[in-house]
Design a protein around this ligand. Structure first.
Ligand code: FMN
Length: 240
């Protein structure tokens, strides 16, 4: 599929009808350009009139047996964000040297890390952190081998996460899917008062985006897709 230049970047808004208009972005444009956008143009709050329609769209996603075993923690309180930011700061310090080493001094790779650095330094100022969680439902327990149970468990949250990322992209909000900031689950559980049956899955920091959205760089489909049998890759020469 031919990729076109990303549509112009929409700026901050608090107007619900403007949000509804932006959400009409062609699906193909949103999908081709949705990427991790970590730098923000402002740390002003994201109005609930903007955020709630996005969360509503996000939660149109499928879940295992339609049990809708999800809970969203929306964190806006500066003190709460600071507490999460502190946990993340420690994790970032631990992992950043590893990622830097992996970049092997490649200037492009190092440039790519700059937005992540900005985000880690400003984590507590990010307007809103959405933490999708899985809520263990006593009436429905995924069955089967552990690998399949895990698949049902995360798979009941991640489709909604992708919906949210696409909706953010359409309205001009920078968002990224992250797991590192919630790596120390007991700390996050304590900060958010999460009951034992509620497990955080990832965290999505959200605010008005600075910088460009996509196009994304991904492996060509020919290298990823196998037809009928693993190893049969007839689409190697396909465009896209
Ligand atoms: C399961 C998962 C976990 C991720 N965790 C992190 C994370 O902890 N920190 C981070 O900066 N990005 C994280 N990402 C974002 C990816 O690094 C990012 O989407 C990927 O590098 C592609 O970048 P792009 O979407 O800008 O093209 C995660 C993505 C996924 C799917």
């Amino acid at each position: 599929m031919t990729e076109t230049a990303p549509p112009p970047q929409p700026g901050p808004t608090t107007d619900p009808s403007e949000v509804a208009e932006r959400l009409r972005m062609p699906m193909v444009d949103a999908m081709q350009t949705q990427r991790a956008v970590r730098r923000l143009i402002t740390t002003e709050p994201v109005a609930h009139e903007v955020l709630l329609p996005l969360l509503e769209l996000s939660l149109k996603a499928p879940t295992s047996s339609n049990t809708q075993d999800w809970t969203y923690l929306v964190v806006e309180d500066p003190e709460q964000k600071a507490r999460i930011g502190k946990v993340y700061g420690r994790l970032y310090k631990l992992f950043n040297p590893i990622v830097t080493r992996q970049a092997k001094g490649d200037p492009q790779e190092l440039r790519n890390m700059a937005p992540g650095q900005w985000q880690a330094e400003h984590f507590a100022e990010i307007p809103v952190l959405v933490i999708p969680c899985y809520r263990k439902n006593m009436n429905h327990r995924p069955t089967g081998r552990p690998q399949i149970r895990v698949s049902s468990f995360y798979g009941s949250v991640y489709p909604a996460v992708q919906n949210l990322l696409l909706a953010c992209r359409a309205v001009g909000l920078g968002a990224s899917l992250q797991t590192l900031p919630i790596w120390w689950i007991p700390s996050i559980r304590k900060i958010l008062d999460l009951p034992r049956d509620v497990r955080p899955v990832c965290i999505i920091p959200i605010g008005w985006a600075k910088g460009r959205y996509g196009p994304t760089t991904r492996t060509p489909i020919g290298e990823v897709v196998h037809l009928d049998h693993f190893g049969n890759q007839p689409f190697m020469d396909s465009a896209g």
